[in-house]
Structures are given as C-alpha cells and as structure tokens.
Design a protein around this ligand. Sequence first.
Ligand code: BGC
Length: 498
Amino acid sequence: MANAEVFKSKITVYVVACWIVAAFGGLMFGYDIGISGGVTAMDDFLIKFFPKVHERKLHAKEDNYCKYDDQLLQLFTSSLYLAALVASFGASKACRIFGRKPTILVASLFFIGGAGFSALAEHKWMLILGRILFGIGVGFGNEAVPVFLSEIAPVQHRGAVNILFQLFVTIGILIAGVVNYFTSTLHPIGWRVSLAIAGIPGLVLFFGSMILTETPASLIERGKDTKGKAALKKIRGVDNVDDEYEEVKRACEIAKEVKQPFKKLMKRSSVPPLVIGIMLQIFQQMTGINAIMFYAPVLFQTMGFKNDASLLSAVITGTVNVASTFVSIYLVDKIGRRKLLLQACVQMFICQVSIGAILLTHLNTTGTMDKGLAVVVVVLVCLYVMCFAWSWGPLGWLIPSETFPLETRTSGFAFAVSSNMLMTFLVAQAFLSMLCHMRAFIFFFFSAWILVMGLFVVFLVPETKGVPIDSIVERVWKQHPVWKKFMDDDGPKSQEMV
Ligand code: BGC
C-alpha cells in the first residue's frame, strides 16, 4: 500500500500559481455571497426594483424583525443558488469528460456574463438573468475547483491546499463588504458598481486558467497516460513520480470500468462518501452562517445600527472570517479534520444561544438595542464566524472532495455541491421571513442543528488527514466501524462495472 511518505514532491512556483489561479473560483463565489446583502440594503437599488420594500423600510414604526421580509427581494439573493444547483450536475459531466481545467474556464465566462447583465440591469428580468448566469458560474467553479485542488495537492498538504478555495471565498466576501461600504454612498449607481466588480475575479480566472495544468488523475482517466505522467512531474517538481503515478493509474483503471458514475453512486459502497458529502454540506448551511454572510448589514440594522455602521460591522465579520481561515490552513493537516469540526460545534453553540438570549430579552419589535449590548452581539457574531471559518466552512468543501474514489469523485462531489446550493438557496430565501416570524428564536433554531451535527461528527465522520486521495476506500472506509459494513458489495477488484 502506498503511503504519504513515498510520494516525493517539491513546492514549485508553477504549482503555487496553479493553486492561486484556481482558488479565484472561490473568490467569485465569495464576492457574490457578500455583495447581495449590501446591495439589497441600498436605497437606490430598492427604489428601482423593489419600491414596496423601500416604502416599508422608511415606515417609522417599522417592526424591527420584518422590514426586509419580501419574497422577491429574497429571490434576488437566492436565485443564484438554484441555478448553481442545476449547473453543478452539468459541471460534473464536463469535469469528467473534458477535464477540470476547461470546466474552470467555462465557470469564468458565465461569471463575466453574469456581472455584465446584473450591473447593466434596467428591469427585474435582467437582474434575475444576471443572477442565473452568476449561478451557473458558481455551479461550475464550485464543482471543479475543490476537486482540482485536492487532486493536484501533495498528500501531506492536501487539506491546506484545498482550503485555499475557502480562503478565497472569505476574501471575496470581505472585498464585497468593503466595496459595498464605499458604493453605498455613490448615488444612484453604487449598486451597479458593486455588481460590476464581480466580473474582475471572473476575468482573472479566465486569463489565469490558460496557464493551469490539467490534473494527472483527469488526464490518465481519459487515457492520456503520457501527458498525465508529465503533468504529475510538473506539479510535483521531481523526476521520479513512479509510485504516485502507479497509485493514480490503479485508481484510473477502476474508474475507467465505470461507465455510468451516477448509477455507481447508487451502490451500497457509495453510501458512506455520499452521506458524508451531502450531510456535511447541509450541516454547513444549517450552522446559520449565511444568515450572517448575506444579511449581516440587514441584521445589524435590525439591532439598531445606522446604515453605515451596519455595513462596517459586516466588514469586521468579513475580516475575522479571512483571518480565521488561516488557522484552518495551519491546523488541518496537523490535528486533522474531526477535532476542528467538533471544537467549532461547541463554540458555535455557545455563541448562537447567547445571541438568541440577548436579542430575546433586549430587542423588542420597534425599539433599538442598547449600544453596549449591540457591541456584545457583534463580538459574539465574530466569535461564531471565527470558528466556522476554521472548521465547517473549509471542511464542508474539503472532505467531500477527498472521500470519493476517482470513479465517482466528480459525480459524487456534484451531490455535495448541489446540497450546499440547495441549502444556501433555502436559507437565503427563508431567512428574512424566518427572522420576521421566529424573531430571536431563529438563533435557537440554528443552535439545535449544531447539536445534531456534533453528534454526526462523533459517530460518522472519518479522519482523512494524511491519507492519499486514491487510497481512501482501503484506508478510510474499509476501516471505519460503521461504514465498513457498506464496503462489502464491491471491493476494489470486484468493483461493480456499471
Ligand atoms: C460556505 C458559504 C459561506 C462561506 C462563509 C462557505 O464555505 O459554503 O455558504 O457563506 O463559507 O465564509
């Protein structure tokens, strides 16, 4: 059995450039997550597209928890994720048939188109079409980039390299917060500028992806062995890559026999990675993170901060988000995935319950909150974002990208991506209405989920630190006390050739 030590590698300038370029896919995603909340809080935008919401916002005796509750306004934020959900399945096919690199390139094109349509929108349909194009870009990018990064990373740094995707997501969210902060005073075109800037990471990704390598696994899987070996040498920076090549080749031989990966995913032996991939993404969203990411400005306004101060608070949470992701990059290959997930469950639970209790006892429907307490809430939100950023944020993407065997990797990962998109859509679409109806109890709702996900990790999430990506079946699933029971229907040799 090959192990991590025999796969020699050096970190070359070229490979680092590939990591960074690909991670721009994360920046596109993050920018979009971060931009919507600020744009939907801008008066010029509301007056043009959602005048009724604007009226309600101006109403003096407005109910704190309900002023932005509008299904169409929420559709502006959430339509992107529906489009991404559908697109991720097409993207998984593209990844398998054409490779990871062209899929990333296509993502960038959709993103540039999305930026154009939404920035120039004169009618609601243009706005929604722009969101849909963005969404397709996100679906393609989020499918291809994490798999690309996991496949080109040296095993001993796979966690850290993969987390570059999430790091760029957080940088995107932060940039969006800063951009909104400035454009909110730029009347009447601030919102247009905010949406147009989304095209920049798209352009970087488009031009950058010309220098990307294709991953060795993708090349060899498509019968291009010589190119695959050359790519492996190039990204490892050493001449002797024989052991790793053999490992990838073995995985590719199995993968090539599987003609219909989606059918193969329905087999018993695919249950473990599929359940883990889907549930980690569902749980990631049920931490309530996007209630904060999309609606931080709205949420802080609800607590009585002025327009400016609330956008500024979103910048603060964004900075905490970026900084804490570095903790994850540093720790993930040292202490492993499980410890990070579990530690975060404890910290997130405490923060959510405390925020809920403060809002419940100190924020009534019309008044504003005491300044000091509002600051305590912002600190609690930061503590919450902090631990999400070193755990469920990055690991929700990392673990599903490294736990499927090659033959079902892109199709299985599509289920993880689409589960994320579906849940993101639901949170984006429902959050403002939930806030309006559940009020402070919404924070207790999310904390109940955190308890469930903690138990899930304790019993069902395996440790994948340091295991070569193409040895996961043997070294992880077949050794796990619960999941090994699912691995008996098709061992590596007698794989179902579906
Ligand atoms: C999640 C996003 C979230 C972001 C916050 C990502 O991993 O998928 O939904 O907004 O982290 O940093």
